[in-house]
Design a protein around this ligand. Structure first.
Ligand code: ATR
Length: 287
C-alpha cells in the first residue's frame, strides 16, 4: 500500500481498537481494487467520541466504522440515522457526505442476511420459527434482518429475561411476533423451528462453550454461530454431527464490511474464498 497526497481515508473507531480485524479486511479490498485509499485503526476514548466524529469531515475522512463501546453513543451524535439502524439502536458505519454531515447506518443485519444467503441458500423465512439465543446488540441486528426477510415468529432465549423483553418490545411487528423463553425450555423451543442462531458470547475463546442438545431441532434447520474465534465452535460441531447446515461467524464479519467500503471508496466488493482464506490466517486464538 502506498499513501499519496490524494489517498482517501477511512478507519475504525473503538476503545480499545487493536483487536479489530477491520483494517485487514478493508486493506485486502483496497489492495484488490487498487483504490488509492487507506483504512486505519483510531483508538478513541468514550469521553472523546463526539469530538472525534465531528473531526472526521474536518480531516477529510470519508467515514468510519464503530466498535465497542461507541455503537450506541455515536447514534446520538450523527446528523442522520437510517431507519434500520434506529430500530437496532446502534450504528457501526458512518459515511461523511459532501456537505460534511455524518450519516449513520448499521450493516450487521445486512452482513447476517448475506452470509445466511450464501452459506445456507436453501433457508427461507417461511421455513419455520427462528430460535435466537441471546439478547444483546448482535441479537437485535439478527432479529431485524430476519423480521425484514419475512420471518413470522422469533423465539428468544436469554439468561436475563428483562433484556429479552426489552428487545421484543422494541422489535416485534405485526408481521413478526417474538416470544421469550428460558434456557430450560430450549428443547421445546427448537421443535419445528426453521433456524437457530447463537448471538451470545458462549463458545468464544475464553468463554464457556455452548453445549446444546439439538435432537428436537429439525435437521433441515441451519445452525448459525456468530462467534468466529474459534471458527468451529462446539455448537457448530454438534450441528454438523446432527446433519444441520452450518453457518460460521466469519462470513457475517466479512459481509458487514461491504456497504461501508462502497460508501467511502465508491466501489462494490465481494466476499471471495481468497478473502476468507486471508482472514482465517489472522484468526488464530489469542490465549
Ligand atoms: P453483543 O453486543 O455482541 O450482542 P452483549 O450485548 O454483551 O454483546 O450480549 C451478550 C449476550 O450473551 C447476552 O445475551 C448475554 O446474556 P445476558 O443478557 O443475560 O447477559 C449472553 N451471555 C454472555 N455470557 C453468558 C453466559 N455465561 N450464559 C448465558 N448467556 C450469556
Amino acid at each position: 500500500m502506498k499513501i499519496t497526497g490524494t489517498t482517501r481515508l477511512a478507519g475504525i473507531i473503538g476503545w480499545p481498537v487493536s483487536h479489530s480485524r477491520s483494517p485487514l479486511l478493508h486493506g485486502f479490498w483496497l489492495d484488490e481494487t487498487g483504490i488509492d485509499g487507506a483504512y486505519v485503526p483510531l483508538p478513541v476514548k468514550p469521553e472523546h467520541i463526539e469530538r472525534a466524529l465531528r473531526a472526521l469531515p474536518v480531516l477529510g475522512f470519508r467515514g468510519c466504522n464503530l466498535t465497542v463501546p461507541h455503537k450506541q453513543t455515536a447514534l446520538a451524535v450523527v446528523d442522520r440515522v437510517d431507519p434500520l439502524a434506529r430500530r437496532i439502536g446502534a450504528i457501526n458505519t458512518i459515511v461523511v457526505t459532501p456537505d460534511g454531515s455524518l450519516g449513520g447506518t448499521n450493516t450487521d443485519a445486512f452482513g447476517f442476511r448475506e452470509n445466511l444467503r450464501e452459506a445456507a441458500p436453501q433457508w427461507k423465512p417461511s421455513s419455520g420459527p427462528a430460535v435466537i439465543l441471546g439478547a444483546g446488540g448482535a441479537a437485535r441486528a439478527v432479529i431485524v434482518a430476519l423480521s425484514d426477510a419475512g420471518t413470522a415468529e422469533i423465539r428468544m432465549i436469554n439468561r436475563t429475561r428483562k433484556r429479552a423483553e426489552a428487545v421484543a418490545g422494541d422489535l416485534a411487528t405485526p408481521q413478526t411476533r417474538i416470544t421469550i423463553h428460558s434456557w430450560e425450555e430450549v428443547s421445546a423451543v427448537q421443535r419445528q423451528a426453521g433456524l437457530l442462531v447463537n448471538t451470545t458470547s458462549l463458545g468464544m475463546v475464553g468463554e464457556p462453550p455452548l453445549i446444546l442438545d439439538l435432537s428436537s431441532l429439525p435437521s433441515s434447520a441451519p445452525v448459525v454461530d456468530i462467534v468466529y474465534i474459534p471458527l468451529e465452535t462446539e455448537l457448530l460441531a454438534a450441528a454438523r454431527r446432527h446433519g444441520h447446515p452450518v453457518v460460521d461467524g466469519l462470513g457475517m464479519l466479512l459481509h458487514q464490511g461491504r456497504p461501508g467500503f462502497e460508501g467511502w471508496f465508491g466501489e462494490s466488493v465481494q466476499v471471495t474464498e481468497r478473502l476468507r482464506t486471508a482472514m482465517l490466517a489472522t484468526l488464530a486464538p489469542v490465549r
